[in-house]
Design a protein around this ligand. Structure first.
Ligand code: ADP
Ligand code: NA
Length: 335
């Protein structure tokens, strides 16, 4: 078997929540844990991507450290996975610029995320927001990633990375870039707001009660689950019975994800019971699962310099892997 190289980034936004944990971070931990000998996982904080929208410089630095600490607290082992922040590996920016010569305006214009994020204000959007997918292409091509975990919203960007790689290889007559395959995690659940089962759990929701933050204390977790919107019916025998009950479905989904079981397995256990019984069980499970992560996170954040040192070490390793690809790309274009 050929070895796998998984590369993935996440923007260092503050205040991570249960949705980020179950939908993103835990998938990374699973990939790391599934690594065979000779495989690599590179996980980075996408601080360069963060510059494409308005940022507060003080928060960006702090969020990067907090995000790294959250990943470590959640099970990313920086001695196995390579954990770093993008800005400390200049090859990302350098390769992105080279690839700007290959990417076409028309390709980027077709990106639905660009259309969504720029909206009607294209003239006022940053150039970085437009060119964002080129930096993303550089992020993975730089390491000859074989597999890139993508959610639905990122599939188009990975397709673009493959198009850029193909055109570059063809234009310059090289076999430099590996075409990365999408790694679509079927296990990644979409977690909804605790106040409105049809909206995504999100840090941008003004209601703190809508989400469980990874820094929430045990009492807060219990209280938020107790107050979570639900309904007066008993839980059904199978998932079809959750049709038209988004809040119920969400709470069962959270239970399933935290317990590592399926929705049907949770329902087999709780069918016939109401939320008066289910919510305390969910609260216990959430506290048991998230409490240790929060405690490790708190301990890590007591020494931010140590977290920064972990990122520096990761950046050293990443630079070593990136250097030959950047050099070859420069050679190919005559730099
Ligand atoms: P937010 O919506 O809070 O701003 P981000 O957009 O920064 O979160 O997402 C960071 C990562 O977490 C992405 O991989 C995203 O798919 C995942 N994620 C965010 N919210 C959820 C959610 N409610 N359920 C599942 N995954 C989520
Ligand atoms: Na978002």
């Amino acid at each position: 078997a050929t070895s796998k190289r998984v590369v993935s980034g996440i923007q260092p936004t503050g205040n991570l929540h249960l949705g980020n944990y179950l939908g993103a971070i835990r998938q990374w931990v699973a990939m790391q844990d599934a690594m065979a000998d000779g495989d690599d996982c590179l996980f980075f904080l996408a601080d360069l991507h963060a510059l494409t929208v308005a940022i507060d410089p003080r928060e960006l630095g702090a969020n990067t450290i907090e995000m790294a600490a959250t990943l470590i607290a959640s099970g990313i082992d920086p001695t196995r996975a390579i954990l770093f922040n993008q800005a400390r590996v200049p090859a990302h920016s350098e390769l992105a610029w080279i690839l700007n010569g290959t990417a076409r305006m028309g390709w980027l214009n077709r990106m639905t995320q660009w259309k969504d994020k720029a909206g009607k204000n294209r003239e006022g959007a940053s150039v970085g927001l437009f060119a964002y997918p080129v930096l993303q292409a550089a992020d993975v091509l730089l390491y000859n990633a074989t597999h890139v975990p993508v959610g639905d919203d990122q599939k188009q960007h990975l397709e673009l990375a493959r198009d850029i790689a193909t055109k570059f290889n063809t234009d310059f007559g090289v076999e430099l870039f590996t075409l990365p395959e999408p790694l679509i995690s079927k296990a990644a659940p979409r977690i909804m707001s605790l106040r409105d089962g049809t909206a995504k759990m999100s840090k941008s929701d003004p209601s703190d009660a809508s989400r469980i933050n990874l820094v929430d204390g045990d009492d807060m977790i219990v209280q938020k689950i107790r107050k979570a919107k639900s309904d007066a019916d008993a839980l059904p025998e199978t998932a079809d019975g959750l049709e038209g009950r988004p809040e119920a479905r969400n709470l069962v989904t959270i239970y399933a994800a935290l317990s590592g079981g399926s929705v049907d397995a949770v329902l087999a256990q709780f069918a016939g019971q109401g939320f008066g019984a289910f919510k305390p069980a969910l609260a216990d499970l959430a506290v048991a699962s998230l409490g240790p992560i929060r405690d490790r996170l708190t301990a890590l954040l007591e020494d931010r310099t140590a977290v920064a040192a972990i990122l520096d070490h990761g950046a050293d390793r990443a630079r070593t892997l990136a250097a030959p690809t950047l050099r070859a790309a420069q050679d190919a274009v005559g730099l």
